[in-house]
Ligand binder design. Structure first.
Ligand code: HEM
Length: 417
């Protein structure tokens, strides 16, 4: 086995920041599935291609820790992604249980009602911006389905402003945060959001309801003082990623009425959750438009890999978005073609996607996000979505993949045959 680490690609940090997708794809083309680059001053090994990510995921428990800045630790406290080892495992289990399986099934009618309200509003708006619309939807998901805030109550009215301030703080510059008013406002907002969550916890009467907070508290495994940290983490992990995926799914549906038509037809005949066409559209969106560009780990002990030994102190990372566009893994990877996920082979193939990560830190909210996406497609079945302008040409990738300009669309009732 090679004992030296992969050689560093030069001048990488700036080029990565300027166009992360173009940079990662060009480096994979030159150096193969695994290479090292300088990122924010730290040598970082990118594990890509067919075998690279699995090497990283196998090393999670003993050699890697999620790379979070002191700012993230300060803002999120004992949230699941700040924990390691047994603490992480113990925090993750009840969280995962609160957003999957029976709790998710019990929340399904509330998901459908919420999505139906938003889709009805889109159809009344005339021309509307798709990304703004999906962000409004996922903010409502946080307020109604995660926190269970009753519409119009005092906390509900405060929530959007507090959450926006909190998110702005999470994106602040860690090095100057003590003198940054945006960060200080966000830190105060985090305190108010924790107090709000505390009031929701106190209102849960032991009967799990139609929201994540009641399922998390009802299971009785999380201390009330940690619930705030966990739910802040869940909301920040859920809001922009899900809005990103929904936006690109809608852009693709609007551009290819045949996909939408097939999916809509199956929704009405087979019931949406079992529809193969719907899943093919969903999985192809997850492949072609993975919201996350890079997930990073700190290497906590020298790590021997088939690509060389990665020293303690370096970073390791994988890129869902770039990996899914490698021509070695997918034919004509830039083309949106749901048929590549058709049938049982398609379902197996979708299991290998990195959109929601894999391994110890894999996204516990995947079924929740997929339920939302499928529910949106279901609600669209009776409509026809079209773009009111050209599809977006400029894309921003950090922190998640979004169109750089508004994407105007129109939603009209589908005319009957
Ligand atoms: C399309 C939507 C979503 C995408 C693309 C996504 C993607 C991801 C990815 C890639 C990771 C792993 C990051 C890593 O390896 O470091 C992750 C972790 C996480 N996600 Fe999601 N996510 C989505 C929606 C959600 C939702 C809806 C929830 C909650 C309801 C959620 C909660 C979390 C949490 C708590 C973690 C941290 C898990 C841990 O550290 O053990 N995510 N997500």
């Amino acid at each position: 086995m090679n004992s030296s680490p992969p050689g560093l690609v030069t001048e990488s940090s700036d080029l990565f920041q300027a166009d992360p997708m173009a940079f990662l794809l060009s480096q994979h083309a030159q150096h193969g599935e695994v290479f090292a680059m300088e990122l924010d001053g730290t040598p970082t090994v990118i594990f890509g291609g067919e075998r690279g990510p699995a090497v990283l995921f196998r090393a999670e428990r003993n050699h890697l820790a999620v790379h979070n800045t002191p700012l993230v630790h300060e803002l999120f406290g004992r949230a699941v992604f700040n924990l390691v080892g047994e603490h992480h495992r113990r925090a993750r289990r009840p969280l995962r249980q609160a957003v999957t399986g029976r709790p998710l099934r019990e929340m399904t009618p509330a998901v459908a009602a919420l999505v139906a309200r938003h889709v009805a509003r889109w159809s009344e708006l005339g021309v509307f911006d798709l990304h703004e619309a999906t962000r409004a939807l996922t903010l409502d998901v946080c307020a109604r389905l995660i926190l269970g805030l009753p519409p119009g109550c005092d906390d509900d009215q405060q929530f959007p402003g507090l959450f926006a301030a909190f998110v702005a703080a999470a994106e602040a510059d860690c090095a100057v945060r003590d003198s940054d008013p945006v960060y200080q406002r966000g830190l105060a907002a985090a305190g108010e959001l924790r107090a709000m969550i505390g009031r929701r916890v106190a209102a849960v009467d032991g009967t799990p309801g139609r929201d994540v907070v009641s399922h998390l508290v009802g299971a009785g495994e999380v201390s009330p003082s940690d619930v705030g940290d966990h739910l802040l983490a869940v909301m920040i992990a859920a809001r922009e990623t899900t809005a990103s995926l929904l936006t690109w799914m809608l852009i693709e549906i609007a551009q290819d009425p045949d996909n939408a038509q097939t999916a809509a037809g199956e929704i009405h005949t087979a019931g949406h959750l079992d529809s193969a066409a719907v899943h093919a559209v969903l999985w192809e969106t997850e492949r072609r438009h993975s919201p996350n560009m890079l997930s990073r780990r700190a290497v906590t002990a020298d790590l021997a890999t088939p690509y060389g030994v990665i020293p303690h102190g370096w970073h390791a990372a994988y890129s869902p978005a770039a990996n899914h566009l490698l021509p070695d893994l997918f034919d004509d990877p830039g083309r949106f073609r749901p048929a590549r996920f058709a049938g049982q082979a398609g379902a197996r193939r979708a299991g290998g996607l990195l959109t929601f990560g894999q391994g110890a830190h894999a996204c516990p909210g995947k079924p929740f996000a997929e339920l939302l996406a499928v529910t949106v497609m279901t609600a669209l079945g009776a409509h026809r979505l079209t773009l009111a302008g050209p599809p977006p040409e400029q894309v921003r990738y950090l922190p998640v993949k979004i169109p750089a300009c508004p994407v105007r669309a129109v939603l009209r009732p589908r005319s009957r045959p």
